[in-house]
Ligand binder design. Structure first.
Ligand SMILES: [Cu+2]
Length: 156
């Protein structure tokens, strides 16, 4: 029961933040994050990945250096690369977003890798991930959870 109760509270928080899909900078208004979405976790696993576009409107280069969230204690910055026809994934310490430019996090590219999910991510939920930058600013970003593409459709 306690679990259900805290889920309801979280859901209320998610709904209020889902009203806008753009992240707000807590210390800098010069970074915008758009099109945030996360993947529904595959049943039986506790991992997911998240994607977005980070826009740097400022005159200075910035660097994404970490991500954190209540849904997991462990979120890493990753990059997919193709090598000899094989898709490889490696952890990155940071990803740069150049001045007045944007950097895409997308499948087959940069992504946030979410490990050790406290609860599975389900389609149509929203989660908040805080992005931390090297200029000490951070942004709370809303990620809409999308269903798995290959998943057969079930009605609950
Ligand atoms: Cu990854």
């Amino acid at each position: 029961m306690r679990n259900l109760f805290s889920s309801v509270i979280l859901l209320v928080l998610f709904v209020s933040s889902a009203l806008t899909n753009v992240g707000f900078a807590s210390q800098s208004t010069e970074v915008l994050v758009e099109n945030g979405y996360a993947r529904e976790s595959i049943p039986g696993t506790s991992i997911s990945s998240a994607y977005m576009t980070i826009k740097n409107l400022s005159q200075k280069n910035i660097r994404l250096i970490a991500a954190s969230s209540v849904v997991s204690e462990r979120i890493e910055i990753h990059q997919h690369t193709m090598a000899n026809g094989l898709m490889r994934m490696r952890q990155r310490d940071y990803v740069d977003v150049s001045a007045q430019s944007s950097t895409e996090f997308q499948p087959a590219g940069f992504h946030l890798m979410i490990f050790d999910l406290k609860q599975p991510l389900k389609a149509k939920e929203n989660i908040i991930i805080t992005l931390h930058f090297d200029n000490k600013s951070s942004i709370d970003v809303n990620y809409a959870v999308q269903g798995l593409k290959q998943k057969k459709h079930h009605n609950h």
